[in-house]
Design a protein around this ligand. Structure first.
Ligand SMILES: Cc1cc2nc3c(=O)[nH]c(=O)nc-3n(C[C@H](O)[C@H](O)[C@H](O)COP(=O)(O)OP(=O)(O)OC[C@H]3O[C@@H](n4cnc5c(N)ncnc54)[C@H](O)[C@@H]3O)c2cc1C
Length: 473
């Protein structure tokens, strides 16, 4: 046991279970402090919803850490480098887990050099992933761009890793304080109070995350294959914010699934989705330029449209297409949106409105509690057709048919677009088709109580295809 104090740099790993940096530090040092560095610039007007999640996570995690005599301190710096400049002292050791985003990986490289030069002890551990992205390549060592091929290689690699032990934490001798001043937690919260409703839907703690995961695997995973596309039912696990912020390690999710005795189609589908998460992380690390632009360069010539009115209508959920509006309103109120509806709303933005996918990416990043750089950018490029293994641009979702197929009884729309809750089911996904008399009898006046569609589907489709034909040449 080393007598010098250790710092565990908490980043996206608010968990006790399978937190390698924390386990290592507490098992090797008598005294440990966990430090979260809040980089305001990274979050302000960019990741507002996640500020609430982090605030709540820190509050809950502080309590969990106290059981191990580990203090949780909060620092606020413009850059991580500033923190290391100030606190890199010989008597301290530093530990943290990787985050598989190019900026973090680059920083880890840079700071490793810095710490080595100063002869300061540090260690970086595997992060929240099944395989390190460098472990999964084609035979010629190039990265995969097709999901099935990627996962056919990646899954067996992970399964073959026999020894994935869980190390438990050791109690520190006493609680120590490293920072001269620890910031107040409240400084992290967004200024605008729109996050207040998140409490109705989420509890950002490790305990809650594991409870949701276990319940889902026990009771719902067997129906995941059928229910995962129906936004009106609880058909998916909703663990994404817990994975994105590290309350759950994906290896734990994998293990819980593996413990099921009879493996259903639902199980298989679910494991595949964890595979998509791996795939996106691999993509952004091998092709970091996709964080700033199209992976498929021919899309650089796509004639995107700038239309602020349309963009605002989309963000607020007033496009006149009920399934699109329901999705955007679910996002605005809960900080989460169902995957099927992410695809529909995304497609509407980039195809019906022909607004650049990066506008959508930016908005989702700001509003999603589960924002994850890899999944978000890959999700958007998949929708726009400019990513790897993406939906072809010419396949244009019809929002009415999508609604009728995946929200047959209109439950989802009625929940999030209450103006339409009395609409006859026949019109729930195309309320503009109601005659004046029907509108009056149901008290839903189109253009007054609920907007007229901001674009006509058939025309928008033609325009999108025309625009696409320009980049094909
Ligand atoms: C435009 C767009 C943007 C997206 N942005 C994000 C994002 O910022 N963060 C995020 O975690 N996911 C994102 N996704 C992927 C997906 O929508 C969410 O992971 C999923 O809806 C989360 O809900 P769940 O936990 O109930 O998922 P489940 O269906 O229960 O799946 C379990 C887990 O598998 C992973 N997963 C599921 N679907 C996908 C997918 N298509 N791609 C990658 N991983 C997946 C997630 O980690 C998820 O928590 C995006 C998808 C699209 C189309």
């Amino acid at each position: 046991m080393k007598s010098n104090p250790a710092i565990v740099w908490l980043r996206q790993d608010f968990r006790i279970l399978r937190n390698e940096a924390l386990s290592f530090a507490t098992n090797n040092h008598a005294n440990v402090s966990a430090i979260y560095i809040f980089k305001k610039k990274k979050f302000d007007n960019k990741r507002e919803a996640q500020k609430w999640w982090i605030y709540e996570s820190l509050k809950n995690f502080k309590f969990d850490l106290e059981k191990y005599n580990v203090n949780l301190e909060i620092a606020s710096y413009n850059t991580y480098q500033d923190f290391f400049e100030k606190y890199s002292k010989k008597n301290l050791s530093f530990y943290w887990n990787k985050i598989y985003e190019p900026d973090y990986i680059n920083f880890d490289r840079k700071i490793s050099k810095f710490l080595k030069n100063k002869n300061i002890s540090y260690k970086i551990f595997k992060g929240n992933i099944l395989n390190e992205y460098q472990e999964v390549t084609k035979k010629d060592n190039t990265p995969f761009k097709v999901f099935t091929h990627f996962w056919n290689t990646a899954e067996p690699i992970y399964i073959k890793k026999e020894f994935r032990k869980k190390i438990s934490l050791k109690k520190s001798l006493k609680k120590i304080k490293i920072l001269e001043t620890s910031n107040k937690l409240e400084t992290i919260l967004p200024k605008k109070k729109w996050f207040k409703k998140f409490h109705n839907y989420w509890t950002p703690s490790e305990k809650k995350g594991l409870e949701i995961l276990n319940k889902f695997v026990e009771n719902q995973i067997m129906n995941y294959g059928e229910n995962r596309d129906i936004p009106g039912v609880f058909g998916t696990s909703r663990i994404s914010p817990y994975l994105a912020n590290g309350q759950i390690n994906v290896e734990t999710a994998w293990d819980v699934c593996e413990n099921i005795k009879s493996k259903s189609r639902g199980y298989r589908k679910y494991i595949n989705e964890l595979g998509w998460r791996e795939f996106s992380h691999s993509l952004i690390n091998y092709f970091p330029s996709m964080l700033k632009g199209n992976l498929r360069k021919e899309f650089d010539n796509f004639p995107w449209v700038k239309n602020n009115q349309h963009l605002i209508a989309w963000k607020k959920g007033f496009t006149g297409y009920p399934i699109v509006d329901a999705g955007m309103r679910e996002l605005n109120e809960t900080g989460w949106m169902h995957n099927r509806v992410r695809m529909i709303t995304g497609s509407f933005l980039v195809k019906h409105l022909r607004i650049h996918w990066m506008e959508g990416e930016k908005y989702f990043r700001n509003c999603l509690l589960d924002f994850n750089e890899a999944n978000n950018v890959s999700g958007w490029q998949w929708v726009a057709g400019c990513g790897a293994d993406a939906a072809p641009y010419f396949r244009i979702f019809n929002p009415v048919l999508q609604g009728e197929k995946f929200d047959k009884d209109g439950e989802y729309v009625k929940k999030w677009v209450p103006e339409l809750k009395n609409s006859p089911i026949k019109f729930i996904h195309k309320p503009w088709e109601m005659t004046k008399e029907i509108q009056e009898s149901y008290k839903i006046l189109i253009g007054i109580d609920y907007p007229k569609p901001i674009v006509n589907h058939a025309n928008a489709r033609q325009e999108a295809l025309k625009a696409f034909s320009k980049i094909k040449k």
